[in-house]
Design a protein around this ligand. Structure first.
Ligand code: URA
Length: 255
């Protein structure tokens, strides 16, 4: 096995152990599955630093896609009519992602809800309306950004995605990020932040500070569904502050 492959595998196994996976079963895939990409940067030296440059990281395996839309289409094709994890059993649609393939700002949620499952598009239910308002509050439109989830199929009863589901599906999210190369990522809620940042901390601790995913600045904030449940002035202010910081960082990074 080549040294980089061995290192990737070691990082991947380490990441799975953080997620709580204790056992792996190997099965023959019907079609060749994409190689799992290691998910994360090393932990940031300071929770407030954005890990150096705002530019595109050279830590991705592939050079930037000349045609991000085509790269995204390839990733969607690789997902196929997926049955890699148990979430496929209850889904109506795979919810791949939506938005501008050259978006400078990308939002990452946890997984589709009932309405998203029915329509095949992320964040179209009540939380989605709130997300649209959040996007508008920083002077952008839904079609300016890209929106995706950690898992592409609806967890039953809107529970959090489980570690094995995240481990199976998140390589596709990584490939989406790699195709789009946004200047800034905003994660929505704990599962998305923990997945990208390999953090054990909850969203209350993580939000409001800069982190990094392969050199891309990441701002974790509250999930819009949480905001709807706890619609306090303080929470709304915090989310607005997080999004304003993300917008500023995106503008600083240029086109
Ligand atoms: N919540 C999420 O995290 N993602 C969606 O797409 C919808 C609700």
């Amino acid at each position: 096995m080549s040294a980089p492959l061995e290192r990737d595998l070691a990082e991947w196994l380490d990441y799975l152990s953080v997620l709580g996976v204790r056992e792996l079963r190997v099965r023959q895939a019907a079609a060749p599955a994409p190689a799992p990409a290691p998910l994360v940067d090393p932990p940031p030296s300071s929770s407030c630093s954005a890990q150096g440059s705002l530019g595109i990281s050279d830590e991705f395996a592939d050079p930037p896609a000349a045609d991000p839309a085509a790269r995204l289409a390839e990733i969607r094709q690789d997902i196929g009519d997926c049955s890699r994890c148990k979430l496929h059993q209850g889904r109506t649609h795979i919810v791949f992602g939506v938005g501008n393939p050259r978006a400078r700002l990308m939002f990452v949620g946890e997984g589709p809800g009932a309405e998203e499952d029915a329509r095949g598009e992320p964040f179209v239910g009540r939380a989605g309306k709130k997300l649209d308002e959040m996007i508008a509050a920083i002077g952008l439109r839904r079609e300016d950004v890209y929106i995706a989830n950690v898992v592409k199929c609806r967890p039953p009863g809107n529970r959090d995605p489980e570690p094995d589901e995240i481990a199976t599906c998140s390589p596709f999210l990584v490939r989406q990020i790699e195709a789009i190369r946004p200047r800034v990522i905003v994660t929505l809620g704990s599962p998305a932040a923990r997945t990208l940042l390999r953090a054990r901390a909850g969203i209350t601790q993580l939000r409001g500070t800069w982190h990094s995913f392969r050199g891309i600045p990441v701002m974790p904030t509250f999930h819009p569904a949480y905001l709807l449940r706890s619609y306090t002035l303080e929470n709304r202010r915090k989310v607005f502050e997080d999004l304003k910081a993300a917008r500023e960082r995106m503008d600083d990074a240029g086109s």
